[in-house]
Design a protein around this ligand. Structure first.
Ligand SMILES: [Fe+2]
Ligand SMILES: [Fe+2]
Length: 181
């Protein structure tokens, strides 16, 4: 099985069809995030990051685990060898980006969904000023913040208008961009 076929199987698995806590499935949420990235012309890497940022939820469930803790690292570690750091690292940082935005943008916390506000506490709450400065110094900081905004927006109750297979050409381009297989 090729890595892309394995990824498609995971994406289309029962685990990814679970309710995401926002009355839509994790799969629908990720598709909506990718659609927003495409509509905003954010480029291949960010669109792929949006499409795949929560696959860690499914991997945890498939391995018999519960909850979502560490889902950002599980996804990033899986995806980095396939698509490189521009896809994987914003995904790794998408939970931290919420803690950063809550600390730095007063209007941001107020706009978070109830579910997202609840998980924020579990995830460690807002960053301190020092943590914010360290976060801004990280590679892929801006992409992580952009992904976070997509993540917070891609929760409409409407059905997504795309499917995983629509993104295969984009994912193939990213895999080939510097000789990855
Ligand atoms: Fe997430
Ligand atoms: Fe998400």
């Amino acid at each position: 099985m090729t890595p892309l076929t394995a990824l498609q199987e995971l994406f289309e698995s029962e685990a990814m069809g679970r309710d995401y806590g926002e009355r839509i499935s994790i799969r629908a949420h990720m598709l909506q995030c990718a659609e927003l990235a495409m509509a905003q012309g954010m480029g291949d890497a960010l669109a792929a990051a949006a499409l795949l940022h929560d696959i860690g939820w499914g991997l945890i469930a498939m391995q018999g685990g519960e909850g979502t803790e560490g889902h950002q690292h599980i996804a990033a570690d899986l995806l980095r060898p396939l698509f490189g750091p521009a896809v994987a690292e914003p995904i790794r940082l998408h939970v931290a980006a919420k803690r950063y935005l809550v600390a730095t943008r007063p209007d941001y916390g107020a706009r978070l969904s109830e579910c997202s506000r609840e998980t924020l506490a579990v995830q460690g709450g807002p960053f301190s000023p020092d943590e914010c400065a360290a976060f801004e110094a990280r590679d892929h900081f801006r992409a992580a913040v952009a992904l976070r905004y997509l993540d917070d927006t891609g929760k409409a109750l409407a059905e997504p208008t795309s499917r995983f297979t629509d993104y295969l050409p984009l994912l193939r381009r990213l895999m080939q961009s510097d000789g990855r297989v």
